[in-house]
Ligand binder design. Sequence first.
Ligand SMILES: Cc1cc2nc3c(=O)[nH]c(=O)nc-3n(C[C@H](O)[C@H](O)[C@H](O)COP(=O)(O)O)c2cc1C
Length: 198
Amino acid sequence: MNEILVLYYSRYGSTAEMAQYIARGIETVPGCQARLRTVPPVSAVCEATQDAIPAEGPPYATLDDLQECSGLALGSPTRFGNMAAPLKYFIDSTSSQWLSGALIGKPAGVFTSASSLHGGQETTLLSMMLPLLHHGVLLLGLPYSETDLLTTTSGGTPYGPSHTAGSDSKQPLSREEENLCTALGKRIAETCAALGNA
Ligand SMILES: Cc1cc2nc3c(=O)[nH]c(=O)nc-3n(C[C@H](O)[C@H](O)[C@H](O)COP(=O)(O)O)c2cc1C
């Protein structure tokens, strides 16, 4: 069984919803299963602690999830054109996985949600690609044979799925945005299956 890690941070729920569609795409591929994981918020107060298990939603990611996965999708809200600190904080704890090459050769993709159409969706996607490249993953985007890329009037990029959530962050995913999330999940899973990475 190929377990594909869908690892994300979400504060208002849009990135979490995208993760669900990515998981759906993964599970259309026989022999592939999604492992949804999130990360806790970070605090400027060093002593602040978080319950080990979140009150709702998927569990927090552990470093073992990176070791055990056959591939991964990484998602974050856009924060000033960059990934959010909680996801970066988790990534910055992965030195031992980098040293051991835990992610080398594993297919990976990225996704983001942002308030605005031109407020840094692509740059956030690129920001998540950088540490993944250091980890040696095989990066996957979305090809234009996914015709939703041509018709979308909101999110969706060849660098990975995106969502335009609006100024109140409440805009639902458009049909095209949903389809592109599913397409990325399916593409990562198909690549894992083809590589026999389980
Ligand atoms: C500190 C901060 C910075 C943000 N920066 C941007 C930005 O650069 N561009 C943008 O379009 N939206 C920005 N947003 C809005 C979020 O990206 C948007 O609300 C996103 O859809 C939230 O995703 P979530 O529902 O998964 O938490 C920012 C929000 C916060 C709190």
